[in-house]
Design a protein around this ligand. Structure first.
Ligand SMILES: *[C@@H]1O[C@H](CO)[C@@H](O)[C@H](O)[C@H]1NC(C)=O
Ligand SMILES: *[C@@H]1O[C@H](CO)[C@@H](O)[C@H](O)[C@H]1NC(C)=O
Ligand SMILES: *[C@@H]1O[C@H](CO)[C@@H](O)[C@H](O)[C@H]1NC(C)=O
Length: 829
């Protein structure tokens, strides 16, 4: 019998591996073994040769607590000495060593795990014999409202402890025998659909349920136990809730209790959701809280959903909804729109023109007084004395329009509007909004000249074209530079185009210039009308009289200055010239020009004087101090008798000559004549000065005298013939035959001239004609030549006499007399 049992047990050691390092040995032992003991479990892999050692078996921790186990030293088998209880100890960990007596380990340790194999020797047990459970009406079918608890001591995970629950009996069995259903594996008790329907109709119960728990899973065999569940049915308190109104900014301790829900069934867990997410919470008792202050402007309403759930998170019933309404408080002031760019309004816009509309927002509840806004214009204040405001504001709509008071271009106005909520009532919140307004310019002003009439302007006739006549200024009251651009034109008075205008478009200054030559004869004056216009299209009234200006230009006649017949004058005068002598006459170049008035500018010596009208220059006083060869320059001025401002001047240069021989350049030389010497009864007629037109006709009377030269006084005689002529004769019997220049002083009243009379003195024949030797060159015989001729003649006579006395007797054939080739001379020039 034993060997057979051993063989059987050998099967229990599949994990025993022989070797130097022995692996753990695993042994299964059935629980509550009912056979004989000791029971051989397995043969340990002891070494065969080492027999001196002693086999030691120890427990888990090394102590010798081997308990019911032992090793048979002879066979090397592990054995158990009594029946094992898995519920007492399910596993044993042993180790086997081979040791000497003094404790030296020869082999091992060999670990051995002994597992007690379960036997279904335990009965399942409910945690309570009687359970009391509350069941609320309205609990959904299938949702467990109670979980049975039962235990089984057998090995977990095996069929021995695999429990199943069943309802054995329901009492009462009305209105249905199957009011409940029990989930067999979990023991979850729920209403059946029938039961749910019946409970909704009437409050039944209570019910007593006899329930069973059984092990071995779904097998028919197994241990079982029973218990009683007393189910009492309670009224459904899970009812819809009224909306909750909560004031915003509520100053209370938080969390603040706001509502209560209650699920009257047992074992409930409340769950809360807020839509949108909000500061709400629910506690175990179903009290709802708000956990902090609410802000209506952030969220005005919340929808809370509350669920009553079992331990598995399943809803017992429908979700309860709770509306939370946040009540407004006037905690928001009106908010002005951001100040934008200035609004442009053209000037002269009519009253009522829309300027702007204030869009003020108040975040408080719309439609409530908290957001009821009224507007009031704070600024600009109405001007004193003005007939109204410049701007009007509608107190309810916030629309700004133009008022009656006028505005001016270029004005920048900041409108200030007080905006108050609560309809303007006391306690309302307010803000001040600002609107910038700019009044823009329109071209409503015509340009105008600063003066409408200017003094007549004089322009000399010879003014050069291009000359600036005058500069006119015009202004434009508009502000916009484009509206200030001006255009100028000569509208009238300049048909010929004699004048022109020059301007910079944006300056307002226009220059009137002469373009052509002026002519006094053609037009002694010009009346020009200059007009200015706006370049841009003007708006509003027509330009006034200021748009034109009249410029009167008077043409000044230009008379050329007088001109003299010479640029400068010269005269030579002997220093002995007596006072009163006429020097010369200064005349205008054009005898037809207007009469002149002459004067001497710087006759510092006072030697000269000039006749104012005739221009005759005379010696004023004897020329004492003047040296021959000196020059004396005097500036002569000639003024126009009609226009004293017109004048000219010329230098008069006087050359002083030696007293006797000073010629008078104005006197024409007297033609030369011839006289015979020795003296015959003849003379030459000398005429007066021929250069003087007044006197040329012999209007004398002149007095004639020989010049102061002593030789002339000796050699010549002068006898007056009549008022205009005199008779010059030789003073001596013999005067050397040659050309003589005889100075003669001619005087007429105070005037004195000296004239030179050229006279040729020559030998004459019987008829009184000058004789001259042929062969002599032209010209008069001189003293030397005459002496030469005389000596030559005497020598010739001497030679003849010698020849006569020498050859008197030889040859008396020739008769020599005076030269035969002498011819009478004509009057020399
Ligand atoms: C204008 O006058 C100047 C000088 O008097 C003269 O030289 C010029 O030719 C004149 N021009 C005309 C267009 O008559
Ligand atoms: C008179 O004026 C002219 C021109 O200025 C000058 O040449 C001359 O020497 C002056 N004569 C006297 C005497 O000062
Ligand atoms: C003066 O005498 C001259 C010469 O005999 C003569 O030619 C002249 O006509 C006379 N004049 C008068 C005014 O008698």
């Amino acid at each position: 019998m034993v060997p057979a049992r051993l063989c059987l047990l050998c099967l229990f050691i599949p994990q025993a591996f022989p070797g130097a390092q022995p692996a753990e040995v695993y042994v299964d032992v059935p629980e509550n073994y009912g056979g004989n003991f000791p029971l051989y479990l397995t043969k340990l892999p002891l070494p065969r040769k080492e027999t001196e050692g002693q086999i030691v078996l120890s427990g888990d921790s090394g102590v010798a607590a081997e308990g019911p186990f032992a090793v048979d030293p002879e066979s090397g088998f592990l054995l158990v000495t009594r029946a094992l209880d898995r519920e007492e100890q399910a596993e044993y960990q042993l180790q086997v060593t081979l040791e000497t007596e003094d404790g030296r380990v020869l082999w091992g340790p060999q670990h051995v795990l002994v597992h007690v194999k379960d036997e279904n020797d335990q009965v399942p047990r409910f945690s309570q014999a009687i359970y009391k459970v509350q069941l609320s009406q309205g609990t959904r079918p299938g949702v467990p409202f109670f979980f049975l608890e039962a235990s089984d001591g057998d090995a977990p995970g095996t069929a021995n402890s695999d429990l199943r629950f069943h309802i054995l009996n329901q009492a009462p069995s009305q209105p249905s025998a199957d009011m409940f259903q029990l989930e067999p594996q979990l023991g979850a008790l729920a209403l059946s659909p029938e039961g749910s329907t019946s409970l909704d109709q009437a409050l039944e119960g209570p019910y007593q349920l006899l329930v069973q728990v059984k092990d071995m899973g779904d097998q028919a065999s197994g241990h079982q136990a029973t218990a009683t569940i007393d189910v009492s049915i309670v009224e459904n308190t899970w009812v819809p809730l009224d909306p909750v109104h909560l004031a915003e900014n509520l100053q209370v301790p938080y969390p603040h209790h706001v509502a209560q829900v209650h699920w009257s069934g047992g074992d409930v867990h409340y769950h809360l959701e807020s839509q949108p997410l909000g500061p709400f919470d629910v506690d175990k008792e179903g009290k709802l809280y708000v956990t902090r202050e609410l802000d209506r402007e952030a969220q005005a309403e919340y929808l809370l959903r509350v669920r009553a759930q079992n331990t598995r998170g399943e809803d017992y019933a429908e979700t309860l909804e709770l509306h939370v309404v946040v009540m407004d408080e006037n905690d928001n002031m009106p908010v002005c729109p951001p100040r934008g760019p200035a609004i442009s309004i053209p000037e002269l816009s009519p009253p009522g023109t829309k300027v702007a509309k204030l869009l003020v927002e108040d975040a408080d509840a719309p439609g409530s007084p908290n957001s009821h806004i009224v507007y009031r214009l704070l600024s600009p204040e109405p001007e004193e004395g003005a007939e109204g405001r410049a701007f009007e504001l509608d107190s309810t709509s916030g629309s700004v329009t133009l008022g009656a008071a006028p505005l001016q271009a270029g004005q920048n106005i900041l409108l200030q509007v007080l905006v108050t909520d609560l309809g303007g009532a006391e306690g309302g919140l307010s803000s001040t909004c600002e609107i910038a307004v700019t009044i823009t310019d329109i071209n409503d002003h015509a340009p105008e000249f600063t003066t409408s009439q200017i003094e007549p302007l004089s322009l000399p006739e010879d003014t050069e074209p291009g000359t600036l006549v005058t500069t006119l200024m015009a202004t434009d009251a508009d502000l916009e530079p484009a509206f200030r651009l001006m255009d100028f034109a000569i509208e009238a008075g300049d048909v010929e185009g004699t004048f022109g205008l020059d301007w910079e478009p944006d300056s307002g200054r226009v220059q009137l210039r002469l373009l052509k030559n002026l002519s006094y004869e053609a037009a002694p004056s010009h009346k020009l009308v200059v007009v200015v216009r706006s370049v841009a299209e003007p708006v509003g009234p027509d330009p006034g009289p200021g748009a034109t200006v009249t410029v009167t230009v008077l043409v000044e006649r230009v008379v050329p200055p007088p001109q003299l017949d010479q640029e400068s004058y010269e005269a030579s005068v002997p220093v002995s010239t007596p006072a009163g002598s006429l020097l010369l006459t200064i005349r205008p170049s054009d005898p037809m020009s207007s009469p002149l008035r002459f004067s001497l500018v710087n006759d510092s010596e006072g030697w000269l004087c000039i006749e104012e009208v005739s221009g005759e220059v005379h010696i004023a006083r004897p020329l004492q101090g003047a040296q021959p060869g000196d020059m004396y320059t005097v500036l002569v001025e000639a003024q126009d008798a009609d226009e004293p401002t017109l004048s000219t001047s010329a230098n008069l240069v006087i050359h002083f000559l030696k007293a006797p021989s000073a010629p008078t350049p104005t006197l024409a030389p007297v033609p030369s004549r011839h006289l015979c010497t020795p003296r015959q009864d003849r003379g030459v007629v000398v005429g007066g000065p021929r250069g003087d037109p007044d006197l040329a006709g012999g209007h004398g009377p002149y007095s004639f005298a020989l010049g102061p030269n002593p030789t002339a006084q000796r050699d010549w005689r002068l006898r007056a013939l009549n008022g205009s002529h005199a008779y010059l004769t030789l003073g001596l019997h013999w005067v050397e035959p040659r050309e003589h220049v005889v100075p003669i002083v001619v005087s007429h009243h105070d005037l004195v001239w000296q004239i030179q009379v050229r006279v040729i003195v020559c030998r004459c024949n019987v008829e009184g004609q000058c004789m001259r030797k042929v062969g002599r060159m032209k010209g008069m015989p001189t003293k030397l030549s005459a002496v030469g001729i005389l000596v030559g003649t005497l020598i010739a006579i001497g030679i003849f006499l010698i020849l006569i006395f020498t050859h008197l007797t030889l040859a008396r054939k020739k008769d020599l007399d005076q030269p035969v080739d002498s011819v009478p001379l004509k009057a020399a020039v």
